[in-house]
Design a protein. Structure first.
Lengths: 257, 369
């Protein structure tokens, strides 16, 4: 299998807190890779470092064979990594469609001159952007809300919209930060179908999730973080039986009573 | 224009085409109506148009990109002084209008970038304080750069600035049509400024409904998320500052030429606040709002001057409140009332950031199934 992303000895410290220490992991092309761990284990920090929101104290990411730029989110997106947020962060005043159109920003080119003169290139690009954004809304199943201002969408639809917006950046790796948080069983089941569809369409998915059933049913491989360290990495069935993992989740090993 | 038309009460929703024509007709006949009340009212309308341009430019920065700028008038000053330097006896340089206008716009844009760089990481209140300082710095420079080398002529300002000259057509001269019918120069300026405002509206609307406008809106709504979808927020902020400043610079050039005189006192903090008030009053992030806000608030003090003074004299026998004091009082009161009653401004129409006309049709067809 081809390696898509390789994290090498990633470290991140916040004051006295070592949020990530020497985290190394490898994500293969086409898989769904789960990143789990108790609260505060450093999962979201890992996402933030990966996507350039934070600068790591040490280590590097190799994506598609070359190193990722550090601390430059827009360049990371340009390389093909998109993310969603744990607490939904949509562009509240924009419609669902416009949110996704904004997601196309990095794959489009129109500049001020083209916009002011409305030349053929700009008009054509705008038309394509609109159409592709609409297709993406359809893809995640919320096209009927295309013209609804995003802050007025229901919670589950906002989550979907966020995924559509991330997909609009045409990523090779989609990093989802707790996409099922706050969803009911039906919504979670639909989300599972959506992620499976995304994988079938050739996009590698990295998933932070607390819903164990979802993680186990969806992920090809899982890494477990605890106190900023990777304590396990394997297929879900194996990780589930790992002593260190059980200890991390239940607070103490099987001998600690 | 669409947005403006839609904002016309009653008619706007029923018949946008008629509303458009109505706006056009009002814009064309306005100076003739003003003329009936005296020459000074046409002059006031001319200034209202300049304020409109300022409000449109500031709206781009504050409303579209969400960058609160309290020093916007500095760019107006840069434009006005550029014109004064390059077309007055002060340095004895007299460049043609069409040369100075892009220069003024360019210098203002440069000033916008100069302001933009140090404030890239600031938001909200902090940004407001730095921009306020920037506005004051520019004004104080204009005030004090008369020594040791006299550049700005200090508090006296620069006088006898050349009027606008469009390829040999001097706008400051009245046109004598027949013996007892002349077109006053104020009308010429009015229509020229009207064209400038119309062009500004077209440009700004195109910007708003575009890749650039969406990126600004995204940045305004959630900067972190904007970065996470690949928007280079640094560049987009600098772009907003410089483009916004460009409109200020152009407006300043026109102001300098129209007034024939510039001095630092025209560019005080109160002017920055007045322009911001126009934007907020009309409806932030909204082109029609900026236009209406500028029109209402530019006219208000003049109406006060004409109405409040005689009214007070008849009521109390003498003038209790100076119109200038009354202006600030009423402006503040208007703002407080707006915040309480219509926090989104007079025209809180939702701005659009995409052409979704054909999509709307698609959706309607989908719904009919």
């Amino acid at each position: 299998m081809i390696t898509l992303l390789e994290a090498r000895n990633i470290g991140k410290r916040f004051g006295g807190l070592q949020a990530l220490s020497d985290v190394s992991l490898t994500i293969r092309k086409g898989e769904v890779y789960g990143l789990i761990g108790p609260n505060g284990a450093g999962k979201t920090t890992f996402f933030n470092v990966l996507t350039g929101a934070y600068t790591p104290d040490g280590g590097e990411f190799v994506f598609n064979g070359s190193e990722l730029p550090v601390g430059k989110p827009h360049k990371v997106v340009g390389r093909g990594i998109a993310r969603t947020f744990q607490n939904i962060r949509l562009f509240r005043e924009l419609t669902a469609l416009e949110n996704v159109m904004a997601g196309h920003h990095i794959r489009t080119k129109a500049g001020v001159w083209g916009v002011l003169t409305q030349n053929r290139f700009t008009r054509e690009e705008e038309r394509l952007t609109t159409e592709r954004a609409y297709e993406l809304l359809k893809y995640v199943g919320i096209e009927r809300f295309a013209e609804v201002v995003s802050k007025n969408l229901s919670y589950g639809d906002q989550r979907r919209l966020e995924i559509a917006r991330a997909l609009a950046t045409e990523p090779q790796l989609l990093a989802l930060d707790e996409p099922a948080a706050g969803m009911n069983a039906t919504e979670t089941a639909q989300l599972k179908l959506l992620i499976e569809q995304i994988r079938r369409d050739g996009i590698t998915v990295m998933l932070i999730e607390h819903d164990v059933k979802l993680v186990m049913g969806l992920c090809d491989r899982v890494a477990v973080l605890d106190f900023g360290k990777k304590i396990a990495e394997d297929v879900p069935a194996v990780v589930q039986r790992n002593d260190a993992v059980i200890a991390a989740y239940l607070g103490g090993g099987k001998h600690a009573h | 224009m669409n947005e403006l038309a839609a904002a016309v009460p009653w008619l706007g929703k029923r018949n946008p085409m008629a509303a458009r024509w109505l706006i056009l007709i009002i814009a064309i006949v306005a100076p003739f109506i003003a003329w009936q009340f005296g020459k000074s009212w046409v002059r006031i309308l001319d200034f209202a148009l300049l304020y409109m341009m300022l409000a449109l430019g500031l709206n781009l920065v504050v409303g579209f990109a969400g960058l609160l700028d309290l020093g916007y008038i500095a760019f107006y000053a840069v434009g006005a002084y550029t014109f004064a330097f390059l077309a007055s006896p002060h340095f004895d340089v007299h460049l043609p209008f069409w040369v100075i206008l892009p220069l003024g716009a360019g210098f203002a844009a440069l000033a916008g970038i100069m302001l933009g760089f140090p404030v890239l990481r600031l938001r909200g209140d902090y940004l407001a304080i730095v921009t306020l300082g920037f506005g004051e710095i520019v004004r104080i420079f204009m005030l004090n750069l008369n020594y040791p080398v006299n550049i700005t002529n200090g508090p006296q300002g620069i006088n006898m600035i050349d009027p606008i000259n469009l390829f040999g057509w001097d706008l400051s001269r009245n046109i004598q049509v027949t013996e007892n019918f002349t077109i006053n120069s104020l009308f010429l300026y009015y229509y020229f400024f009207l064209l400038a405002v119309a062009a500004s509206i077209v440009f700004i609307q195109r910007l708003q409904i575009s890749r650039v406008g969406r990126a600004w809106a995204a940045m305004r709504d959630d900067e972190l998320a904007a970065k996470a979808i690949g928007i280079n927020t640094r560049n987009m902020k600098l772009l907003a500052f410089s483009l916004g400043a460009t409109f200020g610079g152009v407006s300043g050039c026109l102001f300098g030429a129209f007034q024939g005189f510039v001095s630092p006192e025209s560019f005080s903090l109160m002017e920055s606040i007045a322009v911001l008030t126009m934007v907020v009053f009309g409806g932030m992030g909204n082109i029609a709002g900026a236009v209406v806000g500028a029109f209402v608030l530019a006219l208000l003090p003049e109406v006060l001057r004409d109405v409040a003074v005689p009214l007070q004299q008849t009521l109390f026998g003498h003038v209790l409140l100076d119109p200038e004091v009354l202006r600030m009082l009423l402006l503040s009161l208007a703002m407080i009332l707006m915040m309480l009653l219509r926090p989104a401004g007079m025209i809180p129409a939702r701005a659009r950031y995409s052409h979704d006309h054909h999509l709307s049709n698609k959706l309607k067809q989908g719904g009919a199934k």
